[in-house]
Design a protein around this ligand. Structure first.
Ligand code: ADP
Ligand code: MG
Ligand code: MG
Length: 252
């Protein structure tokens, strides 16, 4: 079992404090969902975990099995088993999707332990079929001209191929129609198990009908203010966030 522990995390962007003491522990074999109104710092949390240079950690710790993640460069974090599927995946011209994925797998496996081309191609074909993706997408430049839905599906393809220990999915559901949502969810559910933990960030409860989380956390104003089980997401869907603000005495 592996554990990702975030303690009292404070993060600033350009001198402005966005995260104000986030605490969160995720074990493998668990799916956690973070919900919350727009602008409360959910994407900031994802970016800080992955080590985006714009996000300055001013206080607190992030550890995987006792290893200090904050001391790691971005590539070292990936090697340590972290994966981020972004709200807005970027395009990389000149790098095919297949090459990108193979490099990422090999970076994680380390020198001398690279995946064989044949094994890679077999797994890629199988996984793309599972995700109902056009095989031609493997040879296209990364995210270039991909539709919103194709980008999201492709992020899940990357995740399934790279097999991270912890994946963070930031609004993987945004802009997806119901069929794409089902496919993306199928990919996440396929990964669930003792070697995989997941943090699903979403604005909407809908995704959680397909990926049933073990834990649901509500983020507001840069903090996790409430945690519970899947029923908490249902209550938020039905009643919104107002009741939590009142319960906790949070002012807008
Ligand atoms: P969420 O994902 O919950 O919608 P974000 O983490 O994207 O929230 O944003 C939290 C706050 O940080 C917002 O007030 C937003 O304007 C600000 N913010 C996010 N990213 C940046 C950035 N790159 N530069 C400046 N401000 C940012
Ligand atoms: Mg947002
Ligand atoms: Mg966001």
């Amino acid at each position: 079992m592996s554990t990702l522990v975030i303690k009292d995390l404070h993060v600033s962007i350009e001198g402005k404090e966005i995260l104000k003491g986030v605490n969160l522990t995720i074990n493998t074999n668990e799916v956690h969902a973070i919900m919350g109104p727009n602008g409360t710092g959910k994407s900031t949390l994802a970016s800080a975990i992955m080590g985006h240079p714009k996000y300055e950690v001013t206080q607190g710790t992030i550890e995987i099995d006792g290893q200090n993640v904050l001391e790691m460069e971005v590539d070292e974090r990936a090697k340590a088993g972290l994966f981020l599927a972004m709200q807005y995946p970027s395009e990389i011209s000149g790098v095919t999707n297949a090459d990108f994925i193979r490099s990422a797998i090999n970076a994680r496996r380390g020198e001398g332990n690279e995946i064989s081309i044949m094994k890679f191609i077999r797994e890629l074909d199988k996984t793309m079929e599972f995700l109902e993706m056009d095989p031609e997408m493997a040879q296209r430049y990364l995210n270039e001209g991909f539709s919103g839905g194709e980008k999201k599906r492709n992020e899940i393809l990357q995740m399934m191929m790279i097999k991270p220990t912890f994946a963070i999915l930031d609004e993987i559901d945004s802009g997806l129609d119901i069929d794409a949502l089902k496919v993306v969810s199928k990919g996440v559910n396929e990964m669930r198990g003792e070697n995989f933990g997941c943090l699903v960030i979403t604005h909407y409860q809908r995704l959680l009908n397909y990926i049933t989380p073990d834990y649901v956390h509500v983020m507001m104003q840069g903090k996790v203010v409430k945690s519970g089980g899947p029923e908490l997401a249902k209550k938020l869907e039905a009643e919104g966030y107002e009741w939590i603000k009142q319960e906790l005495g949070i002012e807008d």
